[in-house]
Design a binder for this molecule. Structure first.
Ligand code: FMN
Length: 148
């Protein structure tokens, strides 16, 4: 099964992490796409999706994920059969909206019928873990479960 990493970013952290995950999974030759360049019509049931996104504004999606959210709203696709996992990036300095970006994407995709695999991970920019230190074991665990 193909792996496709979709990222949403404002200042590049999620993009860097997506690239690091891609390098880590090089044996699987994953595709990496900025959400602003991804159309919901391109979701494919033969692919497992790793969604990496930050949070901006007042708990909003980052700029590069917003065109995708608009397409999801206008197209209302049926995503049954699509499986995905979410790695959210945020900062506990924003306690009211901590990691809402990942939460919003999770709800958007499950609301369209896609299946979330595992629990959404919430990285905290003010915490002690580097994003890679959480994300690489996360993808290893997903692969060990046989997602792809
Ligand atoms: C102006 C601004 C607003 C932010 N708002 C939130 C927020 O509401 N909730 C949250 O959890 N993190 C928030 N963050 C933290 C970012 O999500 C975090 O720094 C992330 O690593 C940025 O990743 P990116 O460079 O891929 O966009 C905010 C950061 C900035 C600079």
């Amino acid at each position: 099964m193909q792996i496709h990493i979709l990222y949403g970013t404002e200042t590049g952290n999620a993009e860097m992490l997506a690239e690091d995950i891609s390098d880590h999974l090089s044996e699987h030759a994953p595709e990496v796409t900025n959400l602003e360049d991804f159309d919901p019509a391109d979701f494919d049931t033969g692919t497992f999706y790793l969604v990496v996104t930050s949070t901006y504004g007042d708990g909003e999606l980052p700029a590069s994920a917003q065109p995708f959210a608009e397409k999801m709203a206008s197209q209302a696709p049926d995503l049954s059969g699509i499986r995905f996992a979410v790695f959210g990036m945020g900062d506990s300095e924003y306690p009211e909206t901590f990691n809402f970006g990942g939460k919003r994407l999770e709800e958007m995709l499950t609301g369209a019928g896609a299946e979330l695999v595992g629990e959404r991970v919430t990285h905290d920019a003010s915490g002690s873990d580097m994003a890679d230190d959480l994300a690489l074991p996360w993808v290893d665990a997903l692969l060990a479960e046989g997602v792809a």
